[in-house]
Design a protein. Sequence first.
Length: 467
Amino acid sequence: MQHFPIFLALSERSVIVSGGGEAALAKLRLLMKSEASITVFAATPAEDIVRLSVEGRLVLVRRALRAGDIKGAALFYAADEDAAEDARTAAIARAEGALVNIVDNLEDSQFITPAIVDRDPVTVAIGTEGAAPVLARAIKADLEARLPATLGPLARIGKAFRKMAEALPHGRARRDFWADYYFDAGPRAIARGGDAIDQALDDLLQRHLDREAAPGHVAFVGAGPGDPELLTLKARKALDAADVVIYDRLVSTEILELARREAVMIDAGKEAYGPSTPQEQINLAITTHAKDGHQVVRLKSGDATVFGRLDEEIEACEEAGVSWHVVPGITAASAAVAGIGQSLTRRGRNASVRFLTGHDMKGFAEQDWADLTRPGAVAAIYMGKRAARFVQGRLLIHGADRATPVTFVENASRVDQRVVASTLGTMADDLAAADLQGPALTFLGLAPRAARTALADHTNSLQKELA
Ligand code: SAH
């Protein structure tokens, strides 16, 4: 983030604009939404600017800006529509301590003005670091259409009612009240008009005060393989409602950012061979927060029921008398197999598929190796990187064909997904050579479908036909 967004208090601060043409006017229209006192320096101001000064909405100084004019101003806009004049006025402003924006000159500006959706006091600022003004405008148009015009009044009335709402206990109860107000009772009352809104707020508060505090609850939520679009709608809802999120190391940051801003985020990172949080401590964190009346989301990568020690955590909830439910997620094997364009089962090839772990609590995990050597057998091996040489050795000893395809899929579903195609005979060396740093799934018995080659061949033959 090259530009850090903030909302600046401008009442009783001064903002200075140099320039009297269209560029200056465009900035002035925005600035006049603020409470700043605005001064414009322009030798030949446009009519609209003169009118604004006559209306007393800004101070117009009919000459070019010079040293000493900035005097403690917070912001300065160089809108001279002339590069040399912009450079001259900006240098004065910078020397005199104002933050400088030069219209249409991102490089020499110290701040930029975002595209704004104005539902005062609700303000949405959109920035693209100057990279894509068209995109910013499209997002703005989208939000303009989506945010009701009544949002401003609702928020203003809501703000005045904040003190009253403190009668409700902090946290969930208060949040539920506001959710009801903004998305249900509030808009209905505004539509009725008159004093309906004050009465509606009083009634709503009373109803919420009469409610019994909701008991705590634990949702075991599968976060999927990493791509936020592979979260289920139920997972999103659970994250929206969470007071506390206890997450695993593999849950991607994009997904963690979807949790409510006020949610307490607890890292229960467990690394196969690194520092980790003991399971008992995780269990305790889950049950303690739920017993405190919080909505707890226990967020696990992929699907919570696959190599996730879910049962131990459920048992801890049962023992503590805490209610729970499971939200299924997309497991790494599903994402990885999609990434290589294959399916996990296939008529005539394999009527069953196994999910294996490369290691368990005791070390490398033993499996029914003889069964895995059968032609067409398919297995998805989780946590299989370190166990690659062990798995390879065991399978070869049991007589598996060295040419059996083996595929590693690192960071499945994420932008940095990588696929390494190999065979049983060379898998350990190929894996070492690939130096995969992210989580990886190993497929035994599956090779990537050669989609790219097929596509390339197809394009080539098309080109030949056309030539
Ligand atoms: N519950 C998870 C698995 C947890 S075990 C699930 O259902 O996916 C952790 C292992 O999952 C990792 O060692 C790796 O083998 C696999 N894994 C998790 N996310 C992955 C991803 N995005 N790409 C490839 N493998 C992944």
